[in-house]
Structures are given as structure tokens and as C-alpha cells.
Design a protein around this ligand. Structure first.
Ligand SMILES: Nc1nc2c(ncn2[C@@H]2O[C@H](COP(=O)(O)OP(=O)(O)OP(=O)(O)O)[C@@H](O)[C@H]2O)c(=O)[nH]1
Ligand SMILES: [Mg+2]
Length: 485
């Protein structure tokens, strides 16, 4: 029997829209087209939550109930924080029972897939212990074969494809072992459909104008017939669990455009782990036919290196005041930039021109010192350039894209683009092997036992670091040998 849904959408003004339907795909389309929902200013932009019910009455009752809930309680529900919902319910009266409710993932209507959720038709990790009358349904046997997901991703552009993409990325982001096996299966299916997009990395300090620029660039590219995906690596989110929520307001037109797909940074894990998820999300976007994939990162720490290591071209955004470029040089970021963009040229044209000259000569020096084969007279090679733009006024976007196109043509003709991708794929593999080995090592029982003492001994200078490392490695391999015997 066909289920009924209760769903919550986030609107452009930050409020929530609660509704019910028996055809969620159609309903999302209707919201996207503005046939139902609020005014254009409050247009619902993101599916935050959906629950599945067996009967219309059940759905209606629950819809009415949520409508009366406080914002905090709605947010707890969306976050899947059942304990919090219960807590809030107890402090404000009771929670009526909701029959056979099923967890869903947040997804953007007409634009983003958002983070969170663990759908893909699989049971949630914490389902069994949910202490509430509002129970997520157990969904054993309902795991969709990855083939259906694959078909959805490579299918026709539109809300159904977008939903499949979000589900696929959620599956790839899952840390559950059984999900990982499915994720690998999905990746193998998707791989032959990937590789055709141009992968563009964009970085810059907070406030340089990345989001404003990506909005302008994305809309420009769409007007040129491209489909644009934007992925983010937010190093702060690996620490704080934050996301680029603030950014979406800067990309308000792009984020709701049917030819754009925006996905925030995975919200947990190490930078290496987040980077891995982003690489995989990039493959999903490519298989779905997005021909320009932009990976954005804020210019702090190692994330620029990670982004440069997964894209065809790495763009560094700078402000037009002197001194910034020196910082970039110090951090080693200037060396990896294929193109430097000076933004906010509208504020002070002279300063921007001075910065351009200064950075151009820095780049020339770097390429001569760092890489003699990049001799500046060789016209078959790309030489890093500087362009001035005003993201706010949309000025210089076309000359930026002309430089990108020239880069792409040259580096394709001279084979460097292909070499770059080969190297990236191999170093990606080794990165994951290293990470896997390290994890296995740390989890090894013998190592776990020895480690605290060894660390204390090394820190206190009682034992040499190299000796401790050897002992620990030996502990692991002896045990592995014993296991084989
Ligand atoms: N005058 C001027 N202001 C700009 C330009 N580009 C961006 N801004 C403004 O600079 C501020 C920061 O822009 P964002 O696009 O949010 O910068 P960001 O790099 O994405 O910042 P984070 O997300 O914090 O890393 C906003 O107030 C923009 O309106 C520009 O070309 N000219
Ligand atoms: Mg931003």
C-alpha cells in the first residue's frame, strides 16, 4: 500500500513549512514550481525531514501535532534527536503516538542536498533504542539495491535525480561498515560515467568573497549552458560540526536553480576523511551530468592542499591589499595556485592593480625557482595568471572563465591534465591505505595495550621514539603471524 508522508521544509526566510502528501516527489516539484507553499520570498528551499505513515489519518494527526510544536522541538525532530523531542514533550505535556514513522534525510528542494540524515532506505543506527512513542519504523529488508540509486543518479535531470544524488552522497558519507560495502558497489557502477566534468578548486580567506563569486560564476556558467555542482570542504565543520549554512544566503539564486546542485561539507571526521567524502560526492555529481564541479574551501590550514589535490585547476582568491600574497606564499598556497583572483576590485581599483603586479611577479619567481621545466617562454604550458574581478558586481567573471578555458585547453593538449588526474587517483588510493593501516594499527589489541606506556616512555625520554615505533609495529606483526599459525 502506498504510504503517506508528513514533511517539513525550510523556507527562504528561515521559517518551517509542515505538510502532508501521498506523493512526495510530485509535492516537492509543486513547491519548487511555486504551485503550493508560500510566497516567492518565503519559498520553501530545503526538505528538512519526512516521515512515512500507513494511513492518511495517521499522517494528518501527526502533521497537526507538529504544527503545534515549538521550533526547538521541530528542530530536534529534524536532527533525529528523539531524546530531545521526548524531553521537550515532557516539559510541555505529552507526545501523542505517531504510527510507523520513518526517518528521512534532509534534501534541498530544487537545489541543495543538505547534510545529515542516513536514509538510503536503511535502518538507522540508533533506531532500536529509540525510547519514544514517536518511533522510526524498522525497515529491515527494505534496503534498496544500489542499482536503483545508480539509475536515479544517471537518470534525467530533475527533482528525482537530485534526490537520488543526495541519497547516494549520504550513503557514501555513512561510516557504517555495511553501508561502506554498498557505497563501494555504487562507486564502481558510477565510475564509468565520471571524469567528463571540469573540476575547479576555489579557496580564499574568510570574507574574501568566495560565496559571492561562486554565485556569480555559477549563474554565468548556467547561462552558457553548463550544469554546476558546488561542494564544500569546511575545515571548521570537522571540529565544530558546523556547516556553510550562512553561505546559502550568499548563493540564494544559485542554490535554488534547477541546473545547480550545492552540497555542504560533511559535518564530521578528520580533514582527510572529509576530503575523501568530497571526492566521492564529486563523482556522483559528474555521473549525474554536472559538467562543472566547484570545490570550495576556506583558506585556513591544510584544506587548500586537499582541494588542489582533487581538482583540475586550483584558484586562490585574494583581497586587493598588499601583504596577503606574502601570507599565501608563506603557507605554500601560492605555489599550488593555477590562477589567482583578486576580488573586490570595485573598492579600490588602484590597489587591485598594484596587487596584480605584485602577485604576478611572485608567481613568476615561484615558477622559476620551484619548477625549472615551467620555463616562462614555453607556450604549450600554462603559466599561473592573475585576474581582477568584482564578484559583487559580477565584473570579470567572463575573463575569469576565459582563463579557465585556456588553462583547460593547454593542459589537455600537453597531457598535464591527464597526468594530474592519474597522480591524484593514485595518491588518493595511498592516502586511504595509509589511513586504513593506521586505524587497524591503533585498534590492534596488543598495540592498544602497549601504546599508553610507550607514549609515556617516549615523552619522558626513557625510550627513543624510533625504538618505541619498532616495538609497537613488532607487537602488531607478531600477533598477526600468531593468528595465521
Ligand atoms: N565590494 C565588494 N564586496 C564584496 C565582493 N565580493 C564579496 N563582497 C562582500 O564581502 C562579504 C563576504 O563575502 P562572502 O562571499 O560571504 O565571502 P566568503 O569568502 O564566502 O566568506 P566565508 O564563507 O566566511 O569564508 C560580503 O559582505 C559580500 O557582499 C566584491 O567583489 N566587492
Ligand atoms: Mg562563504
Amino acid at each position: 500500500m502506498r504510504p503517506f508522508y508528513v514533511y517539513i521544509l525550510r523556507c527562504a526566510d528561515g521559517s518551517y513549512y509542515v505538510g502532508h502528501t501521498d506523493d512526495i516527489v510530485l509535492r516537492l516539484q509543486q513547491h519548487e514550481n511555486g504551485e503550493v507553499g508560500y510566497t516567492s520570498l518565503r519559498k520553501p528551499v530545503e526538505l528538512m525531514w519526512q516521515g512515512e505513515f500507513e494511513t492518511r489519518e495517521g499522517a494528518l494527526a501527526f502533521e497537526l501535532q507538529i504544527k503545534g510544536w515549538s521550533r526547538a522541538k521541530k528542530e530536534a525532530l529534524m536532527a533525529g534527536d528523539w531524546e530531545r523531542v521526548q524531553e521537550l514533550a515532557l516539559s510541555h505535556g505529552k507526545v501523542a503516538g505517531a504510527p510507523r514513522l520513518r526517518q528521512a534525510q534532509p534534501e534541498r528542494v530544487g537545489g541543495h542536498g543538505a547534510q545529515g540524515g542516513d536514509e538510503v532506505g536503511l535502518p538507522l543506527q540508533d533506531e532500536a533504542s529509540t525510547p519514544l512513542t514517536v518511533q522510526p519504523e524498522h525497515v529491515e529488508g527494505r534496503a534498496k539495491p544500489t542499482h536503483a540509486l545508480f539509475e536515479g543518479v544517471i537518470g534525467h535531470p530533475g527533482p528525482v535525480q537530485r534526490r537520488a544524488m543526495s541519497k547516494a552522497i549520504t550513503l557514501l558519507e555513512s561510516t557504517r561498515v555495511d553501508h561502506r560495502a554498498q557505497a563501494d558497489e555504487l562507486l564502481t557502477q558510477l565510475l564509468p560515467h565520471t571524469g567528463k566534468a571540469f573540476r575547479l578548486g576555489i579557496s580564499g580567506v574568510p570574507g574574501v568573497g568566495k560565496s559571492t563569486f561562486i554565485e556569480a560564476l555559477g549563474l554565468y556558467l548556467i547561462s552558457q549552458g553548463h550544469r554546476v555542482a558546488v561542494l564544500t570542504i569546511d575545515p571548521s565543520s570537522t571540529v565544530s560540526g558546523g556547516s556553510i549554512l550562512g553561505d546559502k544566503t550568499r548563493m540564494e539564486h544559485l542554490s535554488v536553480h534547477e541546473k545547480a546542485y550545492i552540497r555542504p561539507s560533511p559535518s564530521s571526521g578528520t580533514l582527510g576523511g572529509v576530503a575523501e567524502k568530497t571526492r566521492e560526492a564529486m563523482l556522483v555529481c559528474e555521473a549525474a551530468g554536472y559538467d562543472v564541479v566547484i570545490v570550495e574551501t576556506v583558506g585556513v590550514g591544510q584544506s587548500e592542499i586537499a582541494v588542489a589535490g582533487m581538482t583540475d585547476m586550483f584558484v586562490l582568491m585574494q583581497l586587493p591589499n598588499a601583504g596577503d600574497d606574502l601570507q599565501a606564499i608563506k603557507k605554500g598556497v601560492m605555489e599550488i595556485a593555477d590562477l589567482v583572483v583578486i576580488n573586490k576590485a570595485d573598492i579600490d581599483k588602484n590597489a587591485a592593480t598594484r596587487a596584480e603586479a605584485q602577485i604576478t611577479s611572485s608567481l613568476r619567481l615561484l615558477s622559476q625557482h620551484g619548477n625549472p621545466e615551467n620555463a616562462h617562454h614555453d607556450e604549450t604550458l600554462w603559466h599561473p595568471k592573475v585576474v581582477q574581478i568584482s564578484a559583487l558586481l559580477g565584473q570579470g567573471v567572463d575573463s575569469f572563465w576565459a582563463a579557465v578555458t585556456q588553462f583547460r585547453q593547454l593542459q589537455t593538449a600537453n597531457g598535464r591534465l591527464a597526468t594530474r588526474r592519474e597522480k591524484q587517483a593514485l595518491s588518493w588510493m595511498w592516502e586511504r591505505i595509509d589511513a586504513g593501516l593506521k586505524l587497524a594499527f591503533r585498534q590492534h589489541p596488543q598495540v592498544k595495550e602497549l601504546l599508553p606506556q610507550m607514549q609515556a616512555d617516549v615523552a619522558a625520554g626513557r625510550i627513543a621514539a624510533s625504538t618505541a615505533a619498532r616495538n609497537l609495529l613488532q607487537a602488531q606483526s607478531n600477533n598477526a603471524l600468531a593468528a595465521i599459525k
